[in-house]
Design a protein. Structure first.
Length: 188
């Protein structure tokens, strides 16, 4: 059986119980209110975080798209640049080979020209010597040419009498001999 409301209200223990229950009720109502405020704040924070997360997701997707596009552009530029460099290197290799062949040809031509000039110089020297010998033989008799031009001063320290025409001829021979030595020295 349930006590009547009057019975609850009149006894001191019931008043004490009513007061305790009321205090508990107020305390619980305050706690419920705090939880409600905290819950509302948490929901608002979660909504803000959700919006921030959505914004960050959007920014990450945009950054990934930009990075992907930038990477494709860099790859394209690198491929174009490397293919251009490879073409240039191939061209330079071909050109280098051509220059090497041209250099070999020039060296062969120079060697052949040097041999021709050396042979021509020997022939000219021989012809000049023969001509000088012939002239000296006519002028002086059979005086050997080496004795006439031997030594550093042209006569090897031997003195012989010369006419004015002989000294001109002697100077000519000495000059031709020096010229021949200079040419032979520069060719070799």
């Amino acid at each position: 059986m349930e006590p009547s409301p009057q019975q609850w209200g009149s006894t001191p223990s019931s008043l004490l119980w009513a007061h305790e229950i009321r205090r508990e009720n107020i305390h619980l109502a305050d706690e419920i209110h705090k939880v409600k405020v905290n819950f509302t704040s948490t929901v608002d924070t979660l909504n803000d975080l959700k919006q921030n997360m959505n914004e960050l997701s959007r920014q990450v997707k945009q950054a990934e798209a930009n990075a992907s596009e930038h990477l494709k552009c860099l790859e394209s530029r690198l491929l174009d640049g490397s293919s251009d460099l490879l073409k240039r290197v191939e061209t330079l290799v071909i050109e280098n080979g051509r220059f090497k062949e041209e250099l070999k040809d020039v060296r062969r031509e120079c060697a052949a020209r040097s041999r021709e000039l050396s042979l021509l110089l020997k022939t000219m020297k021989s012809e000049v010597m023969n001509e000088v010998r012939a002239i000296l033989t006519q002028e002086r008799g059979a005086l050997p040419f080496t004795k006439l031009l031997g030594g550093a001063h042209g006569n090897g320290g031997e003195y012989f009498s010369r006419s004015s025409s002989d000294s001109g001829l002697l100077l000519l021979c000495m000059g031709l001999s020096r010229l021949g030595r200079d040419i032979v020295g520069s060719v070799n």
